[in-house]
Ligand binder design. Structure first.
Ligand code: SF4
Length: 76
């Protein structure tokens, strides 16, 4: 799977790092590090992180930046 975090939106709430620690990690207080191509085994946790992000900064399965968070959430 592929994911992108919009770091301009990310406020460092760390919900994602809590829910999917194998994919997201906080570096310092506000800086987020993440794996842009995590293994499928992490999908369930990543989906939880997508839903938990207060500012909806995580785009899942983004291809060429064309997939919105709404699409990633299946809301479209
Ligand atoms: S949950 Fe969202 S705002 Fe918080 S660190 Fe993760 S991507 Fe950033």
């Amino acid at each position: 799977m592929r994911l992108v975090v919009d770091l301009n939106r990310c406020q460092g709430y760390a919900q994602c790092a809590f829910l999917a620690p194998d994919v997201f990690a906080m570096h310092g207080d506000e800086s987020l590090l993440y794996d842009p191509q995590p293994d499928e085994e992490h999908r369930e946790n990543v989906v939880r992180a997508v839903h938990a992000c207060p500012v909806r900064a995580i785009l899942l399965d983004a291809v060429n930046g064309s997939l919105s968070t709404a699409e990633a959430r299946g809301e479209r």
